[in-house]
Design a protein around this ligand. Structure first.
Ligand code: GDD
Ligand code: MG
Length: 346
């Protein structure tokens, strides 16, 4: 079975983190999001995954070394929209037949893909959309269904008072080859052009996911996605070897270094080559990216440090994201919800 992941968006709402890396390559609890997704697809029997890329596509190149599943990258010269990208990438990858998955590249979820596939086969749908309830449906594709699960209408981002339900498109689809024939060549949106037409023809079904779900496309939701993963709110393991330290737990790469007297609270992940020096306090919920560094006496909680980010001695950081090679200078107290841009010192 094949799958396609849409990874071409610019991730504008995640700037400055996405100036260098495309959104799907941002790590969630130290594992690049797209690698998490590859593992889930492999678990459900996908042998080949096509990444439909556009913005900063070279960042995905190293994934072609993956063997289970095999990964192919198809790059659009110009963004074709979600529908255009599905048509173009499936054709460029030699054609998709039978049943396949399509996933948005920015949704953290542990939805049971095998369950969705089974529901899709039971109804005989041309495509099945995973649904999830949200507080404010106006930022999403709104999907009212009849009691049998058939999609009545598909309304992309309606005004809040016009949304007929709070069940929205969760960005995970099971599709049949027949759906591809209904996508015109060129620029096209699956949400605005393809799904509304399929709903009218009665071939589109919805399936409630009943699982953890978060679109991590903004800075606050990106931080939240990391915290939720560390707090065990979704059924995915943390990377590294688990060690109990004081009252807390650290999942450590074997090359990470943690001084003996560090105070650990809650759950923390330390990636390869990361260092926490003597007298620091980390957690609850800290993610240390590769080669990141926390100095003596620093206090760091609910924070993500990306690659080679530094929190110098005696600095205090709560609810922050420190971009690649960013630095919080010695003794600084950062306001909550701060973002340190890549390569900058604050
Ligand atoms: N290859 C390619 N080309 N990928 C694209 C393009 C394109 O032109 N445009 C967007 N994508 C990718 C993005 O990288 C992302 O993974 C996915 O398609 C969805 O695009 P977003 O820009 O993130 O859309 P959204 O969040 O506003 O809305 C979508 O997701 C919601 C769930 O999070 C829609 O599918 C909504 O209906 C849905 O509710
Ligand atoms: Mg999105």
């Amino acid at each position: 079975m094949k799958a396609l992941i849409l990874v071409g968006g610019e991730g504008t709402r995640l700037r400055p983190l996405t100036y260098e890396r495309p959104k799907p390559m941002l790590p969630i609890a130290a594992v690049p999001f797209v690698e998490r997704t590859l593992r889930r697809l492999h678990d459900v029997g996908c042998e080949e995954v096509v990444l439909s890329a556009c913005y900063r596509s070279e960042a995905f190149d190293r994934l072609t070394e993956h063997t289970a599943p095999r990964v192919r990258i198809v790059v659009e010269e110009e963004p074709l929209g979600t529908g255009g990208a599905i048509r173009y990438a499936t054709e460029a990858a030699g054609g998709f037949d039978g049943t396949f998955f399509v996933l948005n590249g920015d949704v953290l979820t542990d939805v049971d893909l095998a369950m969705v596939l089974e529901r899709h086969r039971d109804t005989g749908a041309e495509a099945t959309i995973v649904l999830t309830p949200v507080e404010d449906p106006s930022r999403f594709g709104v999907v009212p269904t009849d009691p049998a699960g058939r999609v009545i209408r598909f309304i992309e981002k309606p005004p809040r008072d016009e949304a007929p339900t709070n069940m929205i498109n969760a960005g995970t689809y099971v599709c049949e080859q027949a759906m591809l024939e209904g996508i015109p060549a060129g620029v096209c949106s699956v949400e605005r052009d393809v799904f509304p037409r399929m709903a009218e023809s009665g071939v589109l079904y919805g399936c409630p996911g009943e699982s953890y779900w978060l679109d991590f496309g903004t800075l606050p939701t990106y931080l939240q996605a990391n915290i939720d993963c560390l707090e065990g709110r979704l059924h995915e393991p943390l990377p590294g070897i688990r060690r109990s330290v004081g009252g807390g737990h650290v999942w450590m790469d074997e090359t990470a270094q943690l001084a003996a007297d560090v105070d650990v609270v809650g759950n923390v992940v330390m990636s390869s080559g990361s260092v926490v020096e003597s007298g620091a306090r980390i957690g609850p919920s800290g993610v240390l990216g590769p080669k990141s560094h926390i100095g003596t006496g620093a206090v760091v909680s609910e924070t993500v440090l990306l690659d080679a980010a530094v929190v110098e001695r005696d600095a205090r950081v709560h609810r922050a994201i420190v971009g690649d090679r960013g630095c919080v200078c010695a003794g600084r107290r950062l306001p909550a919800d701060s973002v340190v841009p890549p390569d900058q010192s604050i």
